[in-house]
Design a protein around this ligand. Sequence first.
Ligand SMILES: Nc1ncnc2c1ncn2[C@@H]1O[C@H](COP(=O)(O)OP(=O)(O)OP(=O)(O)O)[C@@H](O)[C@H]1O
Length: 342
Amino acid sequence: MAQLILDNISKQFDTTDRAAVSGVSLTVREGGFLALLGPSGCGKTTVLRMIAGFEQPSDGAILLGEKCLADGRAMVPPEHRNMAMVFQSYALWPHMSVAENVGYPLKVRGLSGQARDAKVREALASVRLEKFADRRPADLSGGQRQRVALARCLVTDPDVVLLDEPLANLDRHLRQEMEETFREFHSRSGATMIYVTHDQAEAMALATDVAVMSEGRLLQVATPEEIYARPQGRLVGELIGQGAILSLPLIGEGLRLLDWPAMRALLEDRRPSTQIDILVRPQDVELAEGGVPATVTSVLFEGERYAVRLSLLDGQTLRAFAREAVRVGEKLHVVIRSAWRL
Ligand SMILES: Nc1ncnc2c1ncn2[C@@H]1O[C@H](COP(=O)(O)OP(=O)(O)OP(=O)(O)O)[C@@H](O)[C@H]1O
């Protein structure tokens, strides 16, 4: 195994004006788990398909260690890359049993008999499906089908596992359970994994690194903790966490992490000036005396708390959590304990 390197790759389809992917460079460390995160149409799947070998980059190169998998001139076909891909749709063969589905890639590679059976059993055990070996996919739940798809990719010992929104078809409860399965799968297999999703919570929960894309470009790559604490720019700020973004006057090139005295000074500064974007997360907004005035514009009961939307005097929106119920139209005060300049 080796690190997977995307060196300035771009993809321009003949049928569109704008490139689907523009100059993406990143290195996925060996055994790493990278989430490729971004809104619909930002080019995530195209990047994944270029790594798998289903699309050729128009420009740039893809390397696995020293080996060049593709560049603008040549490419190694998908079947010679030792990679496996798991799709949202599972892509299982309905007429085959679970064990036959899982064993199929081995059959294609000419492995048979006990050696094949042993590998299939091991792969099924790793996703806790030993007892389901003789069932057909139609007789399994969505989560179990996705586990079969995982076992089928594990069986060939791939260097790289590519996952394209594999949990998109599952309900919330099952998604959480499957996240656990993916984490286990990653630590057992030791494979490098690349996981495409538009769900930031899923990306954060699973990956060792998160790469955020927008309109074909890579905006930031960092660990989940780093990207949450220090998002770079408005687009990443909007995607990560449930924060509100305030436009406030620029006062010097100072700190990026702002406390309440700094925020208060910005909120009360009425001088015309260049505006900067400041990310404020709901958990950092306190409904408290001594803050700046705000009006409640919506309240949503979430069980353990109320999610509140507030309007500041200048009309900008904030989000907050409240333990006690508040009313729409109520006037109160807010203190912003911490904020991040994007
Ligand atoms: N084969 C193709 N031919 C032409 N354009 C394409 C092709 N595949 C993708 N595109 C375009 O490239 C852009 C990126 O698409 P891509 O599927 O990579 O985005 P995505 O981020 O994975 O989106 P989603 O989350 O909706 O799957 C889109 O504008 C899409 O319409």
